[in-house]
Each structure stands twice: as C-alpha cells, then as structure tokens.
Design a protein around this ligand. Structure first.
Ligand code: UT7
Length: 328
C-alpha cells in the first residue's frame, strides 16, 4: 500500500500591530526618507504588513500557528512525531538551539519527537513540505508539523526604502499526516549559490560582535528577473512529475513577495488570476511564512476545499526555489 502525506490541518498567526503604507511612509519621512503608498502598491502590491512587539520570538508565532493547525487536524500535540520549522529569523544567534526545539517546549510536547529548522529563506516552507513528505512516505513518521515562521522586521534596515517597505512578520503551519489517499503528489527543490549575494544578510558574528552588515540586503531587480524564470520552470517540473496538466490545478499559492511576479507566473502558466491566492497585499512578504499563511487564509474562508489540487511555489535567498503539487 502506498503511503501519502496529506495536509490534515492548517493554522496561522499575524502579530497584532498592522501597519499601512501611509503609516510607514509617515514614519520614514521623519528620518528624511521618501516613499509613498502609491509607489509601494504599484511596484509590489503591498498595502499592509504586521510587525511584532520587541518581546515576541519567532518560536512564539510558530507555536501559536501550530496550535491552530493541530486543532484543525484534531490532533493532540503529543501525537506529533516530527517538527520541521522553516525560518531565516531564528530565536537564537547562530540558529541554535533550533527554533523548532524551542517551539516544541512551548507546545508542551514531551514525547521527544525529532525537531529541526530548515534554512532556505523564502523557499523554506516548500523545502520543509518536501522533507516531511519523504519521511512520511518512507513510513518513518505519521504526523509532522511543518511551520514557516518569521520576524523579518528585526533584520530590516528602516533607512533602506528599497527593502523595508516590502517585508512583514507572521507564521503559518500545516499538519502533514500519513494517508491512504493522495496528498503531496510531487515536489522539487533547487538552489544556485552563484546568486547568493542578490538576497542576503551578509554579516556574521566573531568574538562576540557582529562583523559586517546585519541587515537584509536585496538587489530587487535581479531577484525579480530570476524569480519569474525559475518559478515557471519548477511549476512545469512538478506538473510533469505528477503527470498532470496546468488546467487540473485549482489553486496556485506562490510565495507572496510581489503581485507582479505572482501575476507573471500565472500568465506564463496560462492560468486565470481567479486561481491565484493573494495575501501579499495584507501581509507583505513574510518569507518562509508567506505560503502557509496564504494557505490557511484560503482554507478557512472556504476557497480551498478537500479534494482540490493546489500548487505551492517558493523562491528566495540562496538562491533557492521549489514547488509542490498537493491534493487537499
Ligand atoms: O522574498 C524573496 C523574493 N523577493 C522578491 O521577489 C523581490 C523581487 N523584487 C521586487 O519585488 C522589485 O524589484 C521591488 C519591489 C523590490 C522594486 O521594484 P522595481 O520596479 O524593480 O523598482 P526599482 O528597484 O527599479 O526602483 C525604481 C525606483 C528607483 O529610483 P530611480 O533610480 O529610478 O530614481 C528607486 O530608488 O524607485 C526607487 N525606490 C523607491 N521609491 C519610493 C526604491 N524603493 C522605493 C520606495 N519608495 N520604497
């Protein structure tokens, strides 16, 4: 009997503080930096983003999104037998202990299940789904919590108008469980380290101090060009692997970075815009959290229904990218 990995619950959380473009522009103007709602909306499609307070940790957002996903799946936290958390903004410097381990404790999971973080920046959730799928298909684990959680506001340079208006904080989670009926149909991941410098946080730590730049750096146009090309290619790769045609896809949930990239992807796939799940306008770019946040929104408002075919696609720093095709 074939074992599949199927999504049995979704959950997400956004910090309470919701900032409009106008509010952000007003705040930036006090430091002599010019931007506008018009520029941000036209170039990116973003109108709002959420920022956490100073005390909240990535693991807090991850834990809350996970609680909601577990509740939706009707699963007790002790039944989780693997935690995979995608983040580029871990609780601890150097990334350890992993945010997954910290979150395991916050969820009160004492069954000693494996827990680790995945670092593939905005592609992290797609990578994590694929890894979870492999563990479940191999018969090793039954219930895997897969989370994307970020506090990007902590690595933004609010003096760099080319990046600080684009990102936000949040977390999304799914429970992937062993199933006799199809769930993850196909997945693919790629990386090309030659492009690592177009989206990065270039600094590091030595002798107890930060060396170099600790803020996110992005060459927006270079990222844009690469994103449009690789997303189309990887979409076809997973469709071919699943033996499916584009018109069999009910919903596309791309990484929510820029509405123009998302619309460009749909056009290349010859899919109608009605099949595109969009939250970038409300959330901004929440990196690894953006896909599970968008998925949870569309599951909870009834657009995504059991049996629907969903394509998720991520692209981000590294350079990394990937896609997965799922039956819900
Ligand atoms: O999450 C990982 C994936 N990330 C992405 O997918 C991001 C990909 N890139 C993008 O989404 C777009 O490239 C951006 C939204 C970042 C920028 O849009 P763009 O159309 O490529 O604009 P640009 O960088 O070419 O900048 C155009 C102009 C520049 O002025 P000049 O040189 O033409 O005078 C910028 O200085 O806009 C200026 N500018 C701004 N103006 C007002 C840049 N940022 C701002 C701003 N407000 N916030």
């Amino acid at each position: 009997m074939t074992i599949y990995a199927k999504i049995t619950g979704t959950g997400s959380v956004l910090p309470e503080r919701r900032i409009s473009n106008d509010e952000l522009a007003k705040e930036m103007a006090t430091r002599g930096i010019e931007t506008s709602d018009e520029w941000i909306v036209t170039r990116s499609g973003i109108s709002f983003r959420h920022f956490t307070d100073d005390k909240t940790k990535t693991s807090d957002l991850a834990a809350e999104a996970s609680r909601r996903a577990l509740q939706a799946a009707g699963l007790d936290a002790q039944q989780v037998d693997l935690i995979i958390l995608a983040t580029s903004t871990p609780d601890c410097l150097g990334g350890f202990p992993s945010t997954a381990c910290i979150m395991q404790e916050k969820l009160g999971i004492t069954n000693q299940c494996a827990a680790f973080d995945i670092q593939a920046v905005c592609s992290g959730f797609v990578y994590a789904v694929s890894v979870a799928d492999k563990f479940i298909r191999a018969g090793m684990y039954k219930n895997v919590l897969v989370i994307g959680a970020e506090i990007f506001s902590r690595i933004l340079d609010f003096n760099d108008r080319g990046t600080c208006v684009l990102f936000g904080d949040g977390a999304g989670a799914v429970v992937l469980s062993a199933s006799e009926t199809p769930g993850v149909l196909a997945s693919a991941q790629h990386a090309d380290g030659r492009h690592r410098s177009i989206l990065c946080v270039p600094g590091n730590v030595a002798n107890g101090a930060i060396q170099g730049q600790a803020f996110l750096h992005m060459d927006g146009q270079a990222v844009f060009k690469l994103a449009v090309t690789v997303l189309d290619k990887v979409a076809h790769e997973v469709l071919d692997a699943a033996g499916m045609q584009t018109d069999q896809v009910d919903w596309v949930i791309p990484h929510q970075a820029n509405i123009r990239i998302m619309q460009g992807t749909m056009k290349k796939l010859a899919l109608p815009m009605e099949k595109l799940i969009v939250t970038v306008d409300q959330h901004g770019n929440t990196s690894a959290a953006s896909i599970p946040l968008a998925m949870d929104a569309a599951v909870r408002d009834g657009r995504i229904k059991p049996g629907h075919t969903v394509m998720i696609e991520g692209v981000g720093g590294g350079f990394t990218w990937g896609a997965a095709l799922l039956t819900m």
